[in-house]
Design a protein. Structure first.
Length: 261
């Protein structure tokens, strides 16, 4: 009973709201996440190969700095690093850190497409998705521990109890953690779309990007309910549905970045 009351109190005290107005459970402080982000980024720079091509770095920095102008607050403190990695990937971490893999430049064929990816990754940080994922994992673990304690009282035999815990664990993964990951991806898509539009990049380039991503990924995809990411076709539909709001932001933007590589 004490564990149940404690869990409910934590939930009530940890309510937050994302930039899109979605209710969130945040159990981890922002300073903690910032420190984790900065430490992780330093470790990555020390252990992974950095790209030293001046033209590539100037191009990526140009796009990233332009996207940051679309943020509600100044993004001047962000650090941008290009990693020599063939995967089509980028990321942003709490503490103002952005990493771009060189493999992404083969898929994001235009500055606008690269801006869509960088905007998406910044959207994760703005929405505190990292803290939310950690919080849900903590809450899930606490819930499973509580269920285990109850199971010890109500379920006779270790085999039955183990089966119950396996079922609860899988249910939490498919029912809570994975759906929230997909929701985070969709939310970051929306925020990134608005960021790139405010920064003066044509938001239609986000659709072109995901068409390229779909071609690059091929047909090797998990079933949707098992995946942490929405499939590219769903992302494209949602982006197109949002375009009527993004296009006016682009048309009214005072910026027109001239990033070339």
């Amino acid at each position: 009973m004490k564990q149940t009351v404690l869990l409910l109190c934590l939930f009530l005290m940890a309510c937050a709201t994302s930039p899109t107005g979605r209710k969130q459970l945040i159990l981890v402080g922002e300073s903690q996440m910032t420190q984790m982000g900065v430490t992780s980024f330093q470790q990555m720079k020390a252990s992974q190969r950095l790209n030293r091509d001046a033209a590539v770095n100037d191009y990526v920095h140009c796009v990233a700095e332009a996207v940051l102008k679309g943020m509600p607050q100044s993004g001047s403190a962000w650090e941008v690093v290009v990693f020599e990695d063939p995967s089509a990937n980028a990321f942003a971490l709490p503490g103002g850190k952005i990493g771009v893999h060189t493999g992404l430049l083969a898929v994001a064929e235009t500055p606008g497409q690269l801006a869509a990816v960088i905007g998406h990754e910044i959207g994760h940080v703005m929405s505190r998705h990292g803290a939310e994922r950690v919080s849900h994992q903590l809450a899930t673990q606490t819930g499973l521990q509580l269920a285990d304690a109850l199971a010890q009282q109500k379920v006779e035999g270790s085999t039955e109890r183990q089966l119950l815990m396996v079922g609860l664990g899988l249910g939490a993964q498919l029912g809570v953690i994975l759906p929230y990951s997909r929701e985070h991806e969709s939310e970051a898509d929306v925020i990134g779309l608005d960021l790139m539009a405010r920064a003066g990049f044509d938001p239609q380039q986000s659709v072109a990007l995901w068409k390229n991503m779909a071609k690059a990924s091929g047909k090797q995809r998990q079933p949707q309910f098992m995946s942490t990411h929405p499939n590219p076709q769903q992302r494209i539909k949602r982006l197109q549905k949002r375009m009527h709001k993004a296009m006016p932001l682009y048309q009214n933007s005072p910026f027109r970045p001239n990033c070339q590589w």
